[in-house]
Design a protein around this ligand. Structure first.
Ligand SMILES: [Zn+2]
Length: 181
């Protein structure tokens, strides 16, 4: 596969370092639902938007936060979650905020939750996750939907464009990562 063009947009919307240990999961998001916004919002230090990577529909891959630091995009563990099972399987305290032990990628949908994942976008996400796994080959074991952590407030993240389409499962298979449920 052709590697997507990687752009770096350093963001300060993160906590530095990984004092709680290396990441155990790579979390996939879809941008709709007001979770993330424009480049300007991302670059704004007052913004709470925060993820390590963003994969565009045209295959661009942006790195906002180094995987050695912690983004803030998936920290709310809600009733019905699958996160506790993942944390326990990895020997991590299930009460720990997932942001401490995850790498997160937003995927562009152009404001339309029905927007299909493009082949180029899939490859960009594959590249991001591959980078993260190469960095944390021993600890990174799960591919996680944001809805696995926050099933009440984010049931559609990353949504059917990843799930019904089979892309999410294909990605896990290609990466050798486990999925739950
Ligand atoms: Zn999300």
């Amino acid at each position: 596969m052709d590697l997507p063009k990687l752009r770096r947009w350093p963001s300060h919307n993160c906590w530095f370092g990984r004092p709680y240990g290396p990441p155990i999961a790579f979390v996939v998001h879809t941008q709709s639902g007001g979770e993330s916004g424009t480049v300007a919002e991302w670059l704004s230090s007052s913004s709470h938007f925060s993820a390590h990577y963003r994969a565009g529909l045209e295959g661009t891959l942006e790195c906002w936060i180094d995987p050695a630091d912690r983004a803030w995009s998936n920290g709310i563990v809600e009733p019905g979650n699958r996160w506790v099972a993942i944390a326990q399987a990895c020997g991590v305290d299930p009460a720990l905020n997932p942001n401490h032990v995850t790498v997160a990628c937003e995927t562009e949908d152009g404001g339309d939750a029905e927007q299909p994942v493009t082949e180029l976008q899939y490859e960009a996400l594959l590249c991001a996750a591959t980078q993260a796994i190469q960095r944390y080959p021993d600890s990174l074991r799960y591919l996680v939907r944001h809805a696995d952590i926050s099933p009440q407030s984010r049931p559609g993240c990353p949504g059917d464009r990843w799930l019904s389409s089979g892309r999410f499962e294909a990605l896990a298979h290609a990466l050798g990562l486990k999925i739950v449920g």
